[in-house]
Design a protein around this ligand. Sequence first.
Ligand code: GLU
Ligand code: MG
Length: 467
Amino acid sequence: MPPLVDPVPGGSPGDLARAHALAHELSAQGVRGIVLAYVDTAGICRVKTVPWQGLQPTVAWGVGMSPVFDTFLANDAIVRTDVLGSPDGDLRLYPDLDRLVVLAGQPGWAWAPVDRLTQEGDPHPGCSRTFLRRIVTSAEDRHGVTFRAGVEIEWVLGRAAAPADEFVPATSGPAYGAARQIELSDYAADLLGALEKQEVPVAQFHPEYAPGQFELSTGALDPVAAADQSVLVRQTIRAVSQKHGLRASFAPAVAERGVGNGGHLHLSLWRHGVNLHAGGDRRYGMTAAAESFISGLLTHLPALTAVTAPSPASYLRLKPSQWAGVFTAWGRETRETGVRVITGTAGHQSQDANLELKPVDLAANPYLALGCAIAAGLDGLASAASLPEEVTDDPARLIPDEAVARGVRRLPTSLPQAVEEFRADEVLRTALGPVLADAVIAVREGETGAVAGLDDAGVAAAYRWKY
Ligand code: GLU
Ligand code: MG
């Protein structure tokens, strides 16, 4: 084998020595293998693993994986674009050592998110993690802004022993009910313990509205780290659930009716260490920049839905009066507008103020969702777009003429409608680049084809355990 030299295609100088030391530390802690994880266009987390001894060579040379996964569907069928989906070619997975974590819910394993590079060492144009990093870097270079982000995680717990992939809720207690917390007390404590060992800062954990549903939120991070963290948290929830005889589903709609699982994004815009959502002279203390950013988000929201709500099952969730925010409107602490403006508690606004984007679910690739949301907001920022009037209460109650007059649009009600909006959105497609944009369209069309002829119950069942 040729000697290992720094710098290497996927890493930074010093990574090889670091990987060598880290591998031995991991082994001493009982780690036998390392999970190398990324999320595909369809929103499925795909992995390869290497034994601990493989960490250093992986950091040097990467691990091979076909680019064909960029056009996999959630059911593992494969579609094609002009450049993706063929059986040819190979990519290299490079773990990010800064994000490598020993998995407390899976003894013997560590985990790291990867960047995907070509065999020549160039960034793969279909790598969603690289895409998000590029968007964040260019926001800083071109607009002097940085971000803090978080992904809320909602999931339902079914009994693992339920027959034939049915959903049998693992709890019977009411929404937000103490009974539900008590029923799953040991599970919840194990989950919090695992996340603590992994140094994931949990903000809140609670029983949610739908049968068997829970929610967990974590502290804000830079966008790439926030997306990594959302993938890690789901890996942990799955593993701990399985140990307790439970089955976790992050699917947008586990049943065909009722409130679904959201994956709301929280974002705040910062300049020179100052939060632009607080202390400004605009509504609720926002600065002009924060207002323009939200305006950009609302303008692109119908097209963005193809990225943030990427599954046919997403549209069972995306309905009015289900707290999924299906209108192009904003409001302070309004749970039915696409954007909820959060000011934070008096005295802590400069840290806490942010926006919550609600029409996002956990079928979405979090790197694509955050990157496209940021690109949409930056488009508003670049044109100093003005933010329309606030909408309070449920926008579903606006009479149609009033909604039109106020610029309030219902978001797409189906995946094909969302794809149509996405096709027409130059800003999002340009931000993604042609390879990723075409992959998004092809995979969404593939998912649509995969459920042809199914009724709502069939669609919910088809994706129930996929995410
Ligand atoms: N489960 C709701 C959704 O699908 C969100 C509930 C909440 O506001 O946290 O987005
Ligand atoms: Mg919730």
